[in-house]
Design a protein around this ligand. Structure first.
Ligand code: COA
Length: 195
């Protein structure tokens, strides 16, 4: 018999402490009201090219008000990484509460450019994979752009994500050039005997 926790319940496991490659201690906790401005400030540091490929126009501060207020706590685990009161990363696991895709979680991660290549993205991804297992998901999906995210694709391969599909010329870069969208999935063990 398996026992799975709810999305709301797993957020009670925070705060969590992680140590970056350079020894810096960082706190992970769920996104909460009051984080809007700090998130806006973090995304201001992203390059134009990175912003283009995000799902939302983060140059509009009102987006973050909607984002934080409208967060569906039954379907989304959104966590932030904090260092000295500043948000230095945000990662989210999104699930459906009904139907044929309710065993799948989508993951998105964004790290402040000055804190990259310190394993913060990897820690947050592993944390959300752990959450996905706790709530009983079978698959975690990341959608990456082949031309832009080559290093992310090889990094998540090392975490047992596989290249499930490549949608050729599916998205356009800022100049209008077509790029391939890569669907990376990780199939999760749902019972202990599947390890
Ligand atoms: C993708 C992203 C989250 C990675 O965050 P990060 O904290 O730098 O990731 P990590 O430090 O854990 O690095 C993971 C791996 O990628 C490598 N890597 C990270 N940035 C790299 C770069 N610019 N060039 C080459 N390799 C890089 C790291 O060396 C590491 O490799 P390893 O596992 O062999 O050590 C971050 O670059 C980002 O926020 N990008 C913009 C948003 C985005 O594209 N998100 C991905 C789609 S959801």
């Amino acid at each position: 018999m398996s026992y799975h926790r709810s999305v709301r319940d797993v957020t009670m496991d925070y705060p969590k402490e992680i140590i970056l490659k350079d020894g810096t201690g960082v706190t992970l906790r769920p996104l909460k009201p009051g984080d809007e401005n700090a998130l806006f400030e973090m995304f201001k540091l992203f390059s134009e090219d990175e912003l283009w490929f995000l799902n939302h126009d983060v140059s509009d501060p009102r987006l973050f008000e909607d984002w934080v207020k409208g967060l569906d706590l039954n379907r989304v685990v959104s966590i932030v990484a904090l260092l000295e009161g500043r948000i230095i990363a945000n990662a989210a696991l999104m699930v459906k509460d009904y139907g044929a895709k309710s065993h799948i979680g989508k993951v998105r991660i964004a790290v402040d450019p000055s804190f990259r290549e310190k394993r913060l993205g990897t820690w947050m991804l592993l944390d959300l994979v752990n959450v996905a297992m706790a709530i009983g998901l079978k698959t975690v999906v990341m959608r990456l752009v082949q031309e832009k995210d080559a290093y992310v694709i090889s990094a998540v391969r090392k975490l047992d994500f596989i290249e499930e599909a490549v949608l050729e010329d599916y998205v356009l870069d800022r100049e209008g050039n077509p790029c391939n969208l890569v669907i990376m999935t990780k199939h999760l063990p749902t019972e202990w005997d599947q390890f």
